[in-house]
Design a binder for this molecule. Structure first.
Ligand code: KG4
Ligand code: ZN
Length: 333
């Protein structure tokens, strides 16, 4: 019955979770609104706010789970990838807590944790499965052979899908973070209204930089300073961009699933919160007779629940980290 405290601080969300015997009992997420004014995450500010938020987030995580901090058996934390200053806050907190309570620490790879978020609920995929992990910094198709045996079979050669969505929203003058706003506007728009080309990239890899540039030129030439452009047109652009990005992602996912003969298909990462992508994935799986796994919203974007479940499986294997461990800005899956 291990009790695990988990900490996630890789980007701009400070999160703490308590997991008992593989059940995630709390998942507290403190968002940082300070970055809105800058149109993106400012690393220096993110570290400072993590420092302010981490103790209250941990206290709330214990209170919600109704677990005493004296009962913790191990502390799991995100080692990387992420912003170094942000990671340092979580890693240092985990080490200090573990030292005080004389318990081991468990390092977790953030990208593996996004995939392992599928093991939080009762509806778990079977190995091997394919997971499309799409976030602000990553776009990967991962062949998941076991809890910690994952192979990236396709990835972006340049920008991440989330980055293309965030950039589009910024050019349209919408506030940061753009993904959720594109999603909201897209629901009111016509996805066939504008056509943006799909890049022709071999294999299971992606490229979003050409698409990002064509969206940017389109908006510069048609929307900026054009009084005839209405809110309706903006909704149509959001719907068309979202549809194109979802189509690019799903076409590659389908190709990879057919190639590897895998029938369990999963989505993970912040962009998996997107309504169009969620619906598109479900439709594709229904058509193909595949099993579809999409995490609950709170486990799509960055959260400590996924770090807790990854920590739990490492605890069962007896895989603990040394107190000398350092965070890694880059960390392969
Ligand atoms: O996984 P995540 O929370 O952080 C990283 O590890 O990057 O992903 C953040 C990304 C951002 O690009 C954000 O705009 C996007 O996820 N996102 C969405 C939605 N919610 C978050 N994109 C589209 N639709 C959404 N509903
Ligand atoms: Zn993430």
């Amino acid at each position: 019955m291990p009790v695990i405290l988990a900490i996630e601080s890789s980007c701009d969300d400070t999160s703490a979770s308590v997991c008992v015997d593989g059940k995630v009992l709390s998942n507290v997420i403190a968002n940082q609104s300070i970055h809105e004014a800058y149109g993106g995450v400012v690393p220096e500010l993110a570290s400072r706010v993590h420092q302010q938020n981490i103790v209250p987030a941990v206290q709330q995580a214990f209170a919600k789970a109704k677990v005493s901090k004296n009962d913790v058996d191990a502390v799991a934390f995100t080692r990387g990838p992420g912003l170094l200053g942000s990671l340092l806050v979580g890693v240092s907190f985990a080490k200090a807590f573990a030292l005080a309570k004389n318990v081991p620490i468990i390092e977790v790879n953030h990208m593996q944790a996004h995939v392992l978020a599928h093991f939080i609920g009762d509806n778990k995929p079977s190995f091997p499965f394919l997971c499309l992990t799409v976030s602000g910094g990553h776009t990967q198709i991962v062949l998941v052979k076991d809890y910690f045996d994952m192979e990236v079979v396709g990835q972006t050669l340049d920008d991440a899908a989330g980055e293309a969505l965030d950039k589009t929203s910024k050019i349209l003058g919408l506030p940061y973070p753009g993904g959720p706003l594109i999603d909201r506007n897209a629901r009111l728009g016509n996805r066939e209204a504008y056509y943006f080309p799909e890049p022709q990239i071999p294999g299971f890899d992606f490229s979003f930089s050409g698409l990002k540039t064509s969206i940017l030129y389109f908006i510069r030439d048609n929307v900026a300073q054009n009084p005839k452009f209405t809110e309706e047109n903006i909704n149509d652009i959001c719907a068309s961009v979202e549809y194109r990005i979802a189509t690019i992602l799903l076409n590659k996912l389908k190709k990879a699933a057919l190639h590897y003969g895998v029938k369990d298909i999963a989505l993970a990462g912040g962009v998996s919160a997107n309504t169009g992508l969620r619906l598109g994935t479900k439709e594709m799986c229904e058509q193909m007779g595949w099993n579809c796994f999409i995490p609950e919203m709170q486990y799509c974007t960055d959260n400590a629940g996924m770090i807790a479940i990854a920590g739990y499986y490492k605890y069962l294997k007896g895989e603990f980290a040394d107190q000398g461990v350092a965070p890694l800005a880059r960390m392969p899956i």
